[in-house]
Design a protein around this ligand. Sequence first.
Ligand code: NAP
Length: 320
Amino acid sequence: STMILLLIIAGIGVVTLLVVLFAPHIRRYAAGRKCKSTARLDGKTVLITGANTGIGKETALDLAMRGAQVIMACRDVEKGEEAAASIRAAYSKAQVEVRELDLADSCSIRAFAQKFLREVDRLHILINNAGVMMCPYMKTIDGFEMHIGVNHLGHFLLTYLLIGLLKRSAPARIVVVSSLAHNFGWIRFHDLHSQGSYNSGLAYCQSKLANVLFARELSRRLKGTNVTVNSVHPGTVNSDLTRHSTLMMILFTVFSTFLKTPKEGAQTSVYCAVAEELQSVSGQHFSDCTPAFVAPQGRSVETARRLWDASCEQLGLEWD
Ligand SMILES: NC(=O)c1ccc[n+]([C@@H]2O[C@H](COP(=O)([O-])OP(=O)(O)OC[C@H]3O[C@@H](n4cnc5c(N)ncnc54)[C@H](OP(=O)(O)O)[C@@H]3O)[C@@H](O)[C@H]2O)c1
């Protein structure tokens, strides 16, 4: 048994040595592709949800550096202002502005949209980025389970309220930040809010599948409007997303070399927002700035339609 122990220790030693030796290569591989487009966004208006941290904040910085006026929609205005200040510190000419938006409260979403429509006359890029992952069972103000409520229904309502403005501002683009996790999800139409049984991981996967289905169905409905919508998997990114799961937090910290930084994670969102070659591409899914695989349950036209109707019903909307 001493022999086995020595072998295990030696094994760990060799693996650690290899990781350290190849760290720069591993890092370069983990970083993934960069958005190569140098497209400018002068005179364009961008709205990003959950832009106070992580992928959203880096997306805001990148698009601001391209000359866009960036509106950062955050539920915590103070955190939003700190993020905006750090963006201005990184790029002094950044035109960034923080507005309050809590996607877990339809009153907040409606108030946000009302003020937005009154004060902003164009919207060229909407990035539905905000998200929660693996939180304990919680409900939004409207009584929706938190994952489906914030990640899907909140953004569904926001997009519904802003779609007229997007159409008037065409060409316009919508980017829906989904995840690889959509592969492991399915829509539980009989129990959308996990009242029967709750698993935080599955609830997250369901909401990310809903993101893919929403993007595809919306793109179908937007044909001919010059407003495109695509979904994105940003990669596995070392952000605050793991805040609700100690295990995930530990794993993400230990394996951080293998993960993307938030800046690297923002590349595919930026790509979908600006790349010239995507001007008329809609209803697609991207990862690493390239078209990505969509799970069969994410390609079902029938499920997408059913989710659309269910979402309208949940929110009391008529959107056709
Ligand atoms: N990180 C990854 O590995 C990964 C992988 C696949 C997909 N994604 C997706 O990428 C997106 C961005 O995630 P991230 O990694 O950047 O995570 P993050 O650092 O935790 O950022 C999430 C953002 O969403 C905001 N948010 C949460 N609940 C909200 C609400 N009710 N109303 C408004 N904003 C709310 C957060 O605001 P507060 O700071 O105030 O909470 C924060 O700004 C998410 O949609 C996530 O599902 C991430």
